[in-house]
Design a protein around this ligand. Structure first.
Ligand SMILES: NC(=O)c1ccc[n+]([C@@H]2O[C@H](COP(=O)([O-])OP(=O)(O)OC[C@H]3O[C@@H](n4cnc5c(N)ncnc54)[C@H](OP(=O)(O)O)[C@@H]3O)[C@@H](O)[C@H]2O)c1
Length: 322
């Protein structure tokens, strides 16, 4: 495993990390979840991502129980949660968003469900137009000073809102966000590469990037239809099939072109797509998702692929996917 600093902070996260969305508390059983976490840890992964909204808190419960059961030393791994969407169906106004109240409640609920004394990383899962940014910055600052959160960050915030958070923090001596959690993959590049470009040097922001395989499209598994056991066919997640249907984005066509080039290179498309993400120096960690241990093990091969090809080959791959 390689380790990378989370932006300008001193926290070293594994370059590949592991998240619970769709899978924990829903698609896979507790035994499989435990096996996935054990395999990840055994291969040097030290960051596990979660959120209050994943399976309405059940993903955090499953992860917390498995981590406790595995008895991994708490100082050897990091865990995150995210606040915004709430953890109940049809949340009341105080059960969602980034108000001081919900940020406080969501943190304490995550601590309980994950069975930890502190969250290493805590993200604002989206920007909240109904809460002043200054209120959220103060709420996060308070949690950090209380020792309940170590690093706080944003997820899919517009660059302008991130700037505002830094401005408020600087003006009031508060703790600023350390990291952003954006989507980044061969089919979705703009925000990380263009919109956020000035933030890395200006504020030392790190990134924990999500959906490196575009929910599986870049594995090629959807090239000839939607397999019944795959994410896009899971009950409650068929809405994700819009990924295949949006004509302007041509994602399926681009994924097919990418997998063709992978085939010519003689490598599996999944680790190749993940390796492409790892090449971006502004990516602190690529968060993997997996519904089976074999997928996770295949995806870990990305680490060896980064140096295997020259720039021209990576450009050819990116061109195929564009
Ligand atoms: N902040 C946010 O808004 C946000 C949003 C989304 C995700 N996230 C985080 O980022 C993490 C990773 O995102 P993601 O799960 O969307 O990542 P992803 O890598 O794009 O998709 C992972 C899924 O692709 C399939 N897959 C993975 N490896 C495979 C392989 N080698 N062969 C075939 N299929 C494979 C599996 O689904 P199937 O087997 O079911 O097809 C797996 O669950 C999440 O767990 C979550 O923690 C954050």
């Amino acid at each position: 495993m390689q380790y990378r600093r989370l932006g300008s902070s001193g926290l070293q996260l594994s370059a590949l990390s592991f998240g619970a969305w769709v899978t924990f508390g829903k698609q896979v059983g507790r035994g499989e979840a435990r096996e996935l976490l054990a395999a990840a840890y055994d291969h040097g992964i030290n960051f596990f991502d979660n959120a209050e909204t994943y399976a309405n808190g059940e993903a955090e419960r499953v992860m917390g129980d498995a981590l406790a059961d595995l008895r991994l030393p708490r100082d050897a791994w990091c865990v995150s949660s995210k606040v915004f969407f709430g953890s109940v169906d049809g949340p009341r106004p105080t059960q969602r968003g980034l108000s001081r109240k919900h940020v406080h409640d969501a943190c304490h609920d995550a601590l309980r469900r994950l069975r930890v004394d502190y969250l290493d990383l805590f993200f604002c899962h989206r920007a909240d137009p109904d809460t002043p940014i200054a209120e959220t910055v103060l709420a996060m600052d308070t949690l950090v000073r209380q020792g309940k959160v170590l690093y706080w960050g944003t997820s899919e915030w517009p660059a302008q809102a991130i700037r505002e958070a830094h401005k408020v923090a600087r003006a009031n001596g508060l703790i600023a966000p350390t990291m952003e959690q954006p989507q980044y993959n061969l089919l979705h590049r703009q925000r990380v590469e263009l919109e956020y470009a000035p933030l890395y040097s200006e504020y030392g922001m790190g990134t924990t990037i999500w959906s490196p395989l575009a929910s599986g499209l870049l594995t090629g598994k959807y090239n000839a239809g939607v397999p019944q056991d795959a994410r896009l066919a899971q009950e409650g997640y068929t809405w994700l099939q819009w990924l295949l249907q949006d004509p302007a984005e041509r994602r399926l066509e681009r994924a097919r072109a990418f997998t063709d080039v992978a085939k010519q290179l003689g490598v599996a498309p999944a680790p190749l797509a993940i390796a492409w993400c790892l090449r971006n120096p502004h990516v602190s960690t690529v968060m993997l998702g997996a519904s089976r241990t074999e997928q996770l093990l295949q995806n870990l091969e990305a680490l060896d692929l980064v140096e295997r090809f020259d720039d021209a080959t990576w450009e050819r791959l990116a061109a195929a996917a564009s």
